[in-house]
Design a binder for this molecule. Structure first.
Ligand SMILES: [Zn+2]
Length: 220
């Protein structure tokens, strides 16, 4: 069958595919077209991220289905600038907010403050928080997320965390402004967390690929 591949900011092109072929194989064909390494490609079909080991038939792709191609910059060291700054972060859907009460037993790396708190993993083997999801207190300000997620020091060892992909808010007002990478849909809303003894977060497993995302956090 013929599949369309639509890279962000670029002309769509056609590739030939079989039902039994793996997604990794499809990515190899894309590599031949664009010279974009396989591990820097994310493919999306109907808002789903396609896994390398799955097969074309597993996703019910049909003749002339369109796959959206999101190039991910590995290590943030430049790459091809015409592709922009696509990156993965929580979908931040208003509907998926959850409120939580602080746990008295929470370890030191789960402590938070008023304002915005970023969530990611500490990968420093010497740190007490190694491989744990830690919270980085960033309080108030305007945060350009694709830049911010590279500079979030672990609260214990101060080495930058990795895979920062979610935020939680406590006793603050926030405004979200962003565009998703697959459809370019603009996400824009504001809200607040009015209770100091509770926090508001987004369901951690709800990821999306963003073209741009800005969060503005102010005091109540
Ligand atoms: Zn650490």
């Amino acid at each position: 069958m013929e599949l369309y591949v639509k890279p962000i900011n670029r002309m769509q092109f056609t590739i030939l595919a079989e039902n039994s072929e793996t997604i990794e194989n499809i990515k190899h064909k894309i590599y031949e077209h664009l010279n974009l390494p396989i591990d820097e490609q994310k493919l999306i079909y109907k808002n789903k991220l396609l896994e390398n080991t799955m097969r074309v038939g597993d996703y019910n792709l049909i003749q002339e289905s369109t796959l959206y191609l999101i190039p991910i910059l590995i290590g943030g060291n430049g790459g091809n600038c015409s592709f922009g700054h696509s990156f993965e972060f929580n979908a931040l859907n208003q509907e998926e907010k959850k409120e939580g009460l602080p746990s008295k037993k929470a370890p030191r790396w789960r402590r938070y403050s008023a304002g915005i708190n970023f969530e990611g993993k500490c990968m420093n083997t010497l740190c007490e928080a190694y491989q744990h999801r830690v919270l980085v207190k960033e309080k108030f300000g305007t945060f350009i997320i694709h830049l911010k997620i590279k500079e979030l020091p672990c609260p214990l060892c101060k080495i930058n965390i990795v895979d920062a992909d979610n935020v939680m808010f406590n006793y603050c007002k926030w405004k979200i402004y962003g565009a998703t990478a697959d459809s370019g849909k603009i996400i824009k809303y504001q809200d607040s967390s009015n209770d100091f003894y509770k926090w508001v977060s987004f369901n951690g497993n709800s990821k999306t690929i963003w073209q741009f995302l800005k969060i503005e956090v102010t005091k109540i």
